[in-house]
Each structure stands twice: as C-alpha cells, then as structure tokens.
Design a protein around this ligand. Structure first.
Ligand SMILES: Cc1ncc(COP(=O)(O)O)c(C=O)c1O
Length: 400
C-alpha cells in the first residue's frame, strides 16, 4: 500500500490490514506472539553497529521493543495521526511515563480537576516530592487558561470527556494557547478512543489511553498507550526503555484482536448508551443524566465539535432515597455488575460519589451526591438493559 493511500484509508480497514506482514509470518492471517526477552545478534559486526548507533536493530531486548507489541503501537499511531506510539503495562504506567518524560523539578502543571483520581494521587505525592507544582482548573476555564499560566508552566494535562461527570475541555483553545510557549499538552482520550477523538489533529501534543477499557474491550488485560508528536515521543520513549513498564506480547496480541472489532463494538456501545440515556432522562425516578451526547448536556455543542461519536460510559442522578434503597437498586440488577473498570463487553454500574471520597471539596463543587451512579453500557441488547433498570428502579422507589 502506498504512503499517500494511507491517509484516505478508513480506520476500520486500517485496523485490519495496516502494517500486517503476512508473508513474513508464513501466510498466517494473525500476527505471531513473539515470546522473547532476548533477540540475539547474528555476528560481532551487527552487534557493534547497534551499540555505536551506526545501524540500530529494531529488536534487541523486549524492554526496548517486541514485534507483537510494535504492531499494536503502529496501528494506534496511525489512528491517532501520531509520529510514534508506545504501548505499556497499564494506563497509569502510560500516564507516569508522560509525566516523567516531560517534567523536571521546579516545573508547573495545569491539570483538569476531574482527572482520573490516581493521576491526582501521583501528582500530589511522587511529583510533589520532586518539586513539581500543580494547579487544578475546571472545564469551563479551558477556553482560556492564560490567567493560570506561570513562567514555569510546562504541561497542560486534560481528560476530555472526563469519566465521572463528563466535563468537556476545549481542546483547540488549549492547544492554541500552549503553542509557541514551550508548553506540552496531553489528553487522556480513553473515553472517546482513537476512533472518535483525534487530539493531535486538534493541535495537542499527546493522546493517552487506558487500553484496558474499549481498546481491549473484553475486561481481560491491562494496557496503556501514549501517542504523540515526534519531539514529545522522543522524550517519552527514552523514559519507557528505562522504567521497564513493558507490555507482554500476549496482551499485545489480545489488544490487536480487540482492535479489529473496536469500530463495530463502539457503534453498538454508542447507540445502546444513547438509547438508555434518553430513556433514563424521561424516567420519574431520575433527576438528571450526564451524557455528553445528549442535546440536554451543557457542553454538548463543544463536545460534538471535537468528538465525532460517543462511547458507552455515562452517569445519572436518582431522586434522593435511603442507603437501603440504593443497595436494593444495585443488588436487584441482573445484567449490571458492580465494578470499577469499564469499556468491556459487559454492563457495569457503580455509585459515582465514591470515586471522589477523600476529596469532599471537589465532590461538592461538582454537585455529586450519593444518588449519582455511573454505568458502562455493554453489548447486551439495550431493551434487556432497560427492562433490568426499570425493574431495579421500581424496587428503589419502593424501598424505605
Ligand atoms: C480515564 C482513565 N484514565 C486512566 C486510567 C488508568 O488506566 P489503567 O487502569 O489501565 O492503569 C483509568 C482507569 O480506570 C481511567 O478510567
């Protein structure tokens, strides 16, 4: 396939065909899982040329690269329109690599206040210990962050949509502000996936995924992905080889398998979640539904201007009732498991406020109550899920 054809290739086709080399794998349509910590050199001269940098070999030691992992990285880099992509052992290891690769002692970070909790955790512990300062801002400030900039601001870290209350940040405005100021911009793009939101095309430097979610799609592996511009990725790749948060070839293989059905799965997550969100919106037990794809969602227009589709994670608030009623609601659901992760084939539900325990100020700021719930809509038939919710909501309203 010619380079100029690539740009016009639909993502679904690219995921299936791009970078696969069937001839090199005996015609097998699936890539081999290369179990190798070590890739030996054929002779002294090749070894020396690699050491001196005269002729670098693609694979020497798994921590620095593996063919199965590389195939996954190439496909994600293509989807993100990035110069390079690194796959790592979890979403948090991917985020840690970005922070370690780009920050130095004395730097200042601007971070969205609704960022995934453990990111706040490492910024407030490890990075604080090494002299990195952080200012948190609300999504409504993202259209103009200039009042918050300091001379030492080095990174603006976003998560858009955020994954509790789905705060939308103005990605184009943040990119424009940071350009020519020597400030890196990174966004956690897990909710939208590389199919629905292309941060680099909007001017940001780095897009990060917890591939544990939709990209794997089957709740059976941990995966982190960082894709970005050449300059950003040079710094991050240097850190990757040293930290050792490598992805196993087995997990890379499973992620590649997940990728092939990502476009189809997302279409279904999108349609089912919207159908259920609309149904919940009109239910008498429901106070509000927080789903950025709904026209009633405050930042819906901004969301649609930067994200072409929606995944299956959203939240809703029920009318206030007792804890026994909340327990009865959760326990009476047949098809929604109670659990932390999301983005898999199976539906999940979890009380939302507990994600923010330990940060009461933010919880209050966001107006989060014990009656907010987050759902990850899986691939079950949406009408079955609606019936399940309807029955559980009846029990909720009847329990004292
Ligand atoms: C939005 C978001 N980013 C990052 C992470 C971290 O990913 P992982 O659990 O793969 O380390 C998560 C995990 O739930 C998440 O929800």
């Amino acid at each position: 396939m010619k380079q100029e054809d690539l740009e016009f290739l639909d993502d679904a086709t690219a995921l299936i065909h791009l970078f696969d080399d069937r001839q090199a794998q005996y015609g097998a349509v699936n890539p081999p899982v290369v179990h190798a910590s070590l890739f030996a050199f054929p002779d002294y001269e090749t070894w020396k040329a690699n050491i001196t940098g005269e002729r670098k070999r693609a694979f020497t030691y798994h921590r620095h690269g593996n063919p199965t992992v590389q195939l996954l990285e190439q496909k994600i880099a293509h989807l993100e329109g990035a110069a390079d992509c690194i796959a790592s052992s979890s979403g948090m290891s991917a985020i840690s690599m970005v922070l370690i690769g780009l920050l130095e002692a004395g730097d200042h970070v601007l971070c969205i206040n609704t960022v995934y909790g453990p990111v706040r955790g490492i910024l407030g512990s490890i990075f604080k210990k090494f002299g990195v300062e952080v200012t948190y801002f609300g999504a409504e400030q993202s259209s103009d962050l200039s009042p918050l900039l300091r001379e030492n601001t080095k990174l603006i870290f976003l998560e858009s949509p955020s994954t509790g209350v789905f705060e939308i940040q103005d990605l184009r405005a943040v990119a424009k502000l940071a350009q020519n100021r020597g400030i890196w911009t990174a966004v956690d793009n897990t909710w939208a996936t590389p199919l629905y939101q292309k941060p680099l095309a909007l001017g940001l430097d780095i897009s990060i995924h917890s591939g544990t979610k939709y990209i794997s799609g089957h709740s059976d592996l941990m995966l982190g992905l960082v894709a970005g511009t050449a300059t950003a990725m040079r710094k991050i790749r240097a850190v990757h080889g040293q930290l050792g948060a490598s992805l196993s070839p087995d997990d890379a293989y499973l992620a590649l398998r997940g990728l092939r059905t990502l476009p189809l799965r997302l279409k279904q997550h999108d349609a089912s979640a919207l159908k259920i969100a609309r149904w919940l919106e009109s239910h008498p037990a429901v106070v509000e539904v927080l789903h950025p794809g709904l026209e009633s969602f405050e930042a819906h227009q901004l969301h649609r201007s930067q994200c072409s589709g929606d995944s299956g994670l959203f939240s809703f608030q029920l009318q206030a009732r007792s804890e026994s009623a909340r327990a009865a609601f959760v326990n009476s659901l047949e098809f929604f498991s109670l659990g932390y992760s999301w983005g898999g084939y199976e539906s999940l539900l979890s009380p939302l406020a507990f994600s923010y325990y330990g940060n009461d100020a933010l919880r209050q700021d966001l107006g989060l109550t014990d009656h907010h719930f987050r759902v990850s809509i899986g691939l079950e038939a949406p009408d079955d899920l609606i019936q399940d919710l309807e029955r559980a909501l009846q029990i909720y309203m009847q329990t004292e």
